[in-house]
Design a protein around this ligand. Structure first.
Ligand code: KE4
Length: 442
């Protein structure tokens, strides 16, 4: 199939283009997850040939500094020796058994030790599966149907969660996807992130019939938006008052922003703060398909085979994935890991902010642990609507300029970025210099 022309209409013979054409013939959009298609930023996705440390090489052999890291899992960088060794050993013992293993217990023990709000947990294979199961469990445990989520937060693609805000205050949502019947989302209430008055009104209207409130505590699906402490405190108070389960979706923030996740950060400002359930993914699998949901014993024991809430999975607790996850958790638990990672990430956001400001570019950024976000806005946004006021053509120009210079950011202005322990000070300097060149010449 002849390669398509690239943006400057010259014949683009890059192998990425050839592969993209081949992929699009057989896989919808040429990708197995939509955001990878570069639809938001335009251009040709880079097909990864291999990755090591902070880098990957595309199908043309070009090296990129990788600030996606598989959308969060690769907190140690690609191919960490201890993780590779653990996976190599595990595969020689077998790929999958469909039967319990000691390593699932070891991983559960590690997670429970690091996340005190989790007394029991169930391992699954994706964040979507974990979020979907947590919602079902919340509904089963409370006997209630309604759920509350927030605009701009993404919790995977389970039907009940593919919802956009309805028109007006505290109304129930409309599907964001074809194929989701309105009756499936009729119980999902979508509120504005960080809007305390709206939250209070929603609870006054629906608190007694709501099973759970699910939230990304630092919303990485709005690039990087923190829930304010007063807002999070109010979420906890209202959930407690109305018997609603507070579900923390830490698929992205778990073990990424801190060893104890975002909940450990809120617990520093809100004495005794704990969610009732936590959804985990990404980092706990170290790059292999593994996620989890956990919470209090009383809630988790409602799950089959103990209780009436059904949930299952052929590859749940997969022995190779648990080996990968366990090796990852052991590395990130080492003293000083997050202090060093946080400083490295902050050096990136501070450097980018400095060169943008020097060039007179409207720019702001924020970071926590190994997760960061930046905005072509004059101040950090507090909700989705503000994030989406960003000048997307300007973002796209920045994205492609950096891509051309071998710096790989998320191909969408509403996605977060990630720094690994493999990123060096030199990598950060190279990145900041590339941004400075773009800002100077924009
Ligand atoms: P997965 O089903 O993709 O493993 O996890 C769903 C999910 C749940 N909760 C949060 C907070 C998430 O960020 C995600 C998935 N994140 C996206 C990136 N924003 C994964 C990338 C993709 O969809 O390809």
């Amino acid at each position: 199939m002849a390669p398509s022309t690239n943006s400057d209409t010259s014949l683009d013979t890059s192998r990425n283009t050839v592969l993209f054409e081949r992929a699009r013939a057989l896989i919808p959009g040429g990708v197995n997850s939509p955001v990878r298609a570069f639809k938001a930023v335009g251009g040709t996705p880079r097909f990864v040939q291999r990755a090591q440390g902070a880098y990957f090489w595309d199908a043309d052999g070009k090296r990129y500094i990788d600030y996606i890291g598989s959308w969060g899992p690769m907190i140690l960088g690609h191919g960490h020796p201890a993780v590779v060794e653990a996976v190599q050993k595990a595969v020689l013992e077998g790929f999958s058994y469909g039967a319990p293993t000691e390593r699932e217990i070891e991983l559960a023990e590690e997670i429970v030790k690091l996340v005190p709000s989790i007394e029991m947990l169930r391992l699954v294979s994706s964040g979507t599966e974990a979020g979907m199961s947590a919602i079902r469990l919340a509904r089963g445990a409370t006997g209630r149907s309604k759920i509350i989520k927030f605009e701009g937060c993404y919790h995977g693609h389970a039907d009940a969660l593919l919802v956009k805000a309805g028109s007006g205050l505290a109304t129930f949502g409309n599907p964001t996807s074809a194929g989701v019947p309105p009756e499936v989302v009729q119980h999902t209430l979508v509120l504005e992130y960080n809007h305390i008055a709206q939250l209070e009104e929603a609870f006054s209207l629906h608190g007694s019939s709501t099973a759970c409130l699910i939230i990304e505590p630092i919303a990485g699906n709005m690039n990087f938006v923190r829930a304010s402490v007063p807002f999070m405190k109010r979420c906890r108070e209202l959930c407690t008052q109305h018997g609603v389960l507070l579900v923390f979706d830490e698929v992205m923030t778990g073990f990424r922003v801190a060893l104890g996740g975002a909940q450990s950060i809120y617990a520093k400002s809100i004495p005794g703060f704990k969610p009732d359930m936590t959804v985990l993914g990404k980092v706990i699998g170290g790059g292999m398909p593994l996620a989890a949901f956990g919470g209090t014993r009383a809630v988790m024991e409602q799950l089959a085979p103990l209780g009436p809430v059904y949930q299952a999975g052929t590859l749940s607790g997969n022995p190779v994935a648990t080996a990968c996850g366990l090796a990852t958790l052991r590395e990130i638990s080492k003293p000083g890991f997050y202090e060093a990672l946080g400083q490295r990430t902050r050096s990136l956001t501070d450097g980018l902010t400095q060169v943008a400001t020097q060039a007179g570019v409207t720019f702001c950024a924020d970071s926590e642990g190994g997760m960061f976000g930046f905005f072509l806005l004059d101040k950090l946004p507090q909700n989705y609507a503000t994030v989406m006021t960003t000048d997307s053509p300007a973002f796209n120009r920045f994205f492609h300029a950096m891509l051309d210079k071998g710096v790989y950011y998320a191909p969408a202005l509403y996605e977060a970025g990630f720094v690994s322990s493999a990123h060096t000070a030199a990598d950060i300097e190279t990145t900041v210099d590339a941004a400075a060149q773009f800002f100077a010449g924009r």
